[in-house]
Design a protein around this ligand. Structure first.
Ligand code: BTN
Length: 244
């Protein structure tokens, strides 16, 4: 990964640019990275705070030769790659909040947005957008209660290039494992960073809220919730609230 790199001082969104490059036929492994985003966006079209020089704002294009049903675990794979790279580089233990947030001490330091371009039977590209708060020392008031950075949590100024390199190395390795052997061999690793397993949570889904205990994920990366009635619910996509 990262043999083809688009590096920008300023861009509206690395994710938008990556989508365009995919249309133009960029190779798998293309990295789009910027010092600043003026229109960074998160899931559900939320704005993503992306100030200049302090964070990592990047999108990685993968072009696995797989059918579209295989796409969802790529978010989990990316989260593991990022969590491990953060742990190694900053010396703090991050937690993954299913499916795609990385938290330290309960606050968010990383968001991952995985998007797909696909035909009915073939993935054209998986575009993994990764935003990491690295060397920020403070946040706008509205983010203060929920956001943190690696510098704030570790007390260390982090070399962003090193962190990017470590993320790409791991992502490449885990993509290969996934393509060859599926998600099952990566499940334990994912669970070792999981913030939700064993906890009572509420999943806000498009069909409504489901509350219960998160008991694990399946070999396909689907979250399993045990409801109060003892029934097991499969959660494919949701915003998770962890009950304290
Ligand atoms: C989320 O938690 O909602 C996901 C946030 C993803 C942010 C990253 S930053 C790089 C890439 N470009 C974007 O516009 N968004 C993603």
């Amino acid at each position: 990964l990262g043999k083809t790199v688009y590096y920008k001082e300023t861009v509206d969104s690395t994710q938008k640019l990556a989508h365009r490059l995919v249309q133009e036929g960029c190779p798998g492994g293309t990295l789009v990275i910027a010092e600043e985003q003026t229109g960074g966006r998160g899931r559900l079209q939320r704005a993503w705070y992306s100030p200049k020089y302090t964070g990592i704002w990047m999108s990685v294009v993968l072009r696995p030769d797989l059918p579209p049903q295989w796409a969802p675990p790529f978010t989990l794979i990316a989260a593991v790659a990022v969590a491990q790279a953060i742990e190694e580089t900053a010396g703090v233990h991050p937690e993954i909040k299913w499916p795609n947030d990385i938290l330290i001490g309960g606050k968010k330091c990383t968001g991952i947005l995985t998007e797909l371009q696909a035909d009915t039977d073939q993935i054209q590209a998986v575009i993994i957008g990764i935003g990491i708060n690295v060397n920020e020392t403070e946040f706008p008031d509205e983010l203060k209660p929920i956001a943190t950075s690696l510098l704030i949590e570790s007390g260390r100024k982090i070399k962003r290039a090193l962190l990017v390199q470590r993320i790409l190395e791991r992502l490449e390795k885990y993509e290969k494992i996934y393509i060859e052997n599926g998600f099952a061999p990566l499940k334990l690793l994912w669970e070792s960073y999981a913030a939700v397993i064993g906890k009572n949570i509420t999943a806000h889904t498009l069909k409504g809220d489901i509350s219960g205990k998160a008991i694990g994920i399946t070999d396909e990366g689907v979250l399993q919730l045990e409801g109060e009635d003892g029934k097991i619910h499969s959660i494919y996509s949701a915003d998770i609230e962890i009950e304290r």
